[in-house]
Design a protein around this ligand. Structure first.
Ligand code: FMN
Length: 214
């Protein structure tokens, strides 16, 4: 019957699309779609000014680099206060041995901290709860002072907050730079009509690092 032939053809088309999508995801093309162009993951060691027993780890998760640059600015401010500071990408799974405090930051993607930052917290939950921890979240939306924006920002920590109930938290506006996005992220950014902007407030970032109790 014609109706059956039509639906069978449609089914085959849909099946073809699904296979093509799965093939893309599993193949090198899927890798290309999610690969971020030329992003650096800085690792920095700063000695601090005076002899101090405190050694701070500043670790971060980024896709397009803006969170890494904020991590470096935080580390420089802490070092200027005299602390010894190491900056490391969280994807390297840094050890917490020898650190007296941790500053941990993540970019937001689709309402969530990046998975490598969440995994790091899960893997080190007990050790992190035994020392001072400060969280910084880097995002572009929900930046207002109204109740709804504050609630939406708090929701960015929905997986982290139950694991680290005592950690301090701050939210920094980030940067949207299409040239630093993977094909897939650029596609999503264009779909939601995101605009390019660098909204990082370096004074706010440095002030926070200057007043951080570590
Ligand atoms: C695909 C995509 C999804 C994003 N989703 C959110 C989001 O849900 N909420 C938000 O506030 N910002 C969102 N952003 C903005 C990023 O958090 C912001 O650009 C941040 O500075 C990126 O940090 P990075 O440069 O370290 O990767 C998104 C950006 C991209 C490209």
């Amino acid at each position: 019957m014609p109706t059956q032939r039509l639906s069978r053809r449609r089914f085959l088309q849909a099946a073809g699309l699904t296979v093509a999508g799965t093939t893309l995801a599993c193949s090198g093309l899927g890798y290309v779609a999610t690969r971020t162009p030329g992003i650096e993951y800085p690792e920095i060691t700063l000695q601090g000014g005076e002899p101090m027993n405190n050694r701070i780890l500043v670790t971060y998760a980024t896709r397009a680099g803006s969170t890494a640059e904020i991590a470096a600015a935080i580390a420089e401010t802490l070092a200027a206060r005299g602390y010894a500071v190491d900056v490391k990408p969280v994807k390297e799974k840094p050890s917490l041995d020898g650190y007296t405090a941790v500053v941990l930051g993540s970019a937001i993607r689709m309402g969530n901290w990046l998975p490598e930052a969440v995994d790091f917290v899960k893997a080190n939950q007990a050790a992190l709860n035994a020392i001072p921890v400060a969280l910084f979240t880097v995002h572009m939306l929900n930046t207002g002072d109204d109740e709804a924006s504050r609630a939406a920002r708090a929701a960015y920590l929905k997986t982290i907050r139950p694991l680290l109930p005592d950690a301090g938290a701050v939210y920094f506006e980030g940067k949207m730079d299409f040239a630093r996005l993977s094909f897939l992220d650029r596609f999503i950014a264009r779909m939601v009509k995101a605009v390019e902007a660098d909204n990082r407030d370096w004074d706010k970032i440095k002030l926070w690092a200057n007043t951080l109790e570590v």
